[in-house]
Write a protein that binds this ligand. Sequence first.
Ligand SMILES: [Zn+2]
Length: 224
Amino acid sequence: MNILIFGPPGSGKSTHSRRIVEKYGLEYIASGDIIRAEINKGSALGLEMKKYIEKGELLPDTVINTLVLSKLRRKRENFIIDGYPRTAEQVLALENFLYDHGIKIDLAIDIFISKEESITRISGRRICKNCGAVYHIKYNPPKVSGKCDICGGEVAQRDDDRPEIVSRRYDIYINNMEPIIKFYKKQGVYVQINGHGGIEEVWERIRPLLDYIWNRERKRKEFR
Ligand SMILES: [Zn+2]
């Protein structure tokens, strides 16, 4: 079972990806994690990428393609890709790769939330500068304002979680996704999920789809 998962900032796609990974034993390939790892390594490529991110801009396609496809090269089937592809160029690179290796995408899940919801969810987020614990001023505030429950460190907003940056990230996202959604619709694998509501509610909209694909693929294998 090979899956793509999309969603604007705050859609909860990473949370749901992790559930999918746990339930179906898929490999989790998250472009964000791969990029962060490269930045933390402090490589020349990482430093270059950091500049783009700080400006709230998208990274060059060639860089992302290289990073993500090198992961796929190691794990050919049973994966979920989070945050990729995001441009027409990236779709092309991924499709060429899949075609060359005789792999297909079974499902492209798009978790949709409105811009207002995206800003509410992300701009309320606060992160401990010391241990990385995540809070939300509305849904999950620290007991003492500005202080981490776990380690007592300073809890603050990340630069790219500010409302004006989130708003920009959302617009860029919607704009870039248009041709990609069109492409996967044409392939007959695209499904949009309503991402409003609680995590459990959204999960119950996603799970039946995955069960269906999972059973279909299993039967196919038994038949062979
Ligand atoms: Zn902390």
